[in-house]
Design a protein around this ligand. Structure first.
Ligand code: BMA
Length: 316
């Protein structure tokens, strides 16, 4: 084994202390922890975790860190499925997969509200990561992986999402003037036959502005004879026309290979929900592994941009 590449030459490098958050780090009884959103404010990292209860539905808990690698989880969940009001009947089976986007000083959380009617995208906001105010349910059933862009584009809020059209999961773009009413939906990209993202795709991390466009880290799923494999990939979108693709990477940036990605409640899953670009030029990508724990992997941010642009010399 090559000691420098113990898991092969994936573009993201796994932190040797992975997993960074696992069930033993959660101070209350639960089944698993995975798919958490991450924000760095000042010198502190806030990690909104999806924690699945023993009963099977998910809640959100908060973890904090000073270095983005070692997190302390708070004693109680910070957001649980609504028990009364207009959200209650759509969150009966839990709240899942938060993604946090800061727009003009407000932190918005897009998440999946889950009920017997199917998944819907919901929106809440927070100022302190401890208290959450629900804004609206913003999609009909059959939609998940909703993520807000971190800025208005041409005067409108913009989101990515993943409606399950004819059973195929593609990524779409929609627009809103007030964050509540959404429309003008356009197809952005579809699975690619024969490739690592051939079955389903969905947005994973809030888009990151670069000089080349919006870098979007997404997940791609391939079906195999023993089940699906969830990998992490990249695409570059036009800054002014976010439904236009500038480049889409041929290759994933991380594929499940480590035991903690292969073995768990749902094996062969690497599913990112957050990333932080450091002043040093490094990007930390946080991902749920096997729907059972949370990991982090890093890369030089410029390298990742080159990968998205298919300029890193690796041919498919
Ligand atoms: C997706 C989402 C994720 C999950 C993944 C793998 O559809 O529901 O929450 O991590 O499946 O099970």
């Amino acid at each position: 084994m090559n000691e420098h590449f113990p898991f092969g030459r994936d573009i993201l490098h796994r932190f040797e202390g992975n997993p960074i958050i696992a069930i033993e780090d959660i101070p209350f009884r639960c089944n698993t922890v995975f798919n958490g959103a991450v924000v760095k404010r000042g010198n502190e990292y806030f990690h909104l975790l999806r924690v699945e209860s023993q009963q099977g539905y998910s809640v959100f808990a908060l973890a904090r860190s000073k270095d983005g690698l070692h997190f302390t989880v708070e004693d109680k969940p910070v957001m649980e499925p609504a028990r009364k009001g207009p959200f209650a009947r759509y969150e009966k089976r839990g709240i899942e997969d938060p993604r946090i986007t800061e727009i003009e000083g407000v932190y918005y959380v897009m998440y999946t509200a889950y009920s017997k009617y199917g998944p819907r995208i919901a929106l809440a906001k927070t100022e302190d990561f401890s208290h959450y105010e629900r804004i609206a349910i913003v999609s009909e059933p059959g939609n998940k992986d909703g993520i807000l862009f971190p800025a208005k584009i041409n005067g409108e809020y913009v989101r990515l999402d993943r409606p399950i059209g004819k059973g195929v999961g593609s990524m779409w773009v929609s627009y809103s003037k007030n964050l509540v009413d959404w429309g003008k939906s356009e197809i952005l990209m579809t699975p690619r036959q024969g490739m690592w993202d051939s079955y389903r795709i969905g947005a994973s991390v809030p888009p990151i502005r670069t000089e080349h466009g919006w870098l979007e880290i997404y997940h791609g799923v391939k079906k195999t004879t023993t089940g699906p494999i969830y990998r992490i990939g990249t695409v570059m979108l036009d800054l002014e026309k976010p439904d236009k693709i500038i480049a889409r990477s041929n290759q994933p940036i991380l594929s499940p290979r480590a035991d903690y990605e292969r073995i768990g409640d749902v094996g062969n899953v690497a599913f990112a929900c957050g990333a932080v670009v450091e002043d040093s030029g490094e990007i930390k990508v946080y991902y749920g592994a096997a729907d059972t724990c949370i990991c982090v992997a890093t890369a030089n941010f410029d390298d990742l941009v080159n990968t998205a642009l298919n300029r890193d010399g690796v041919h498919s």
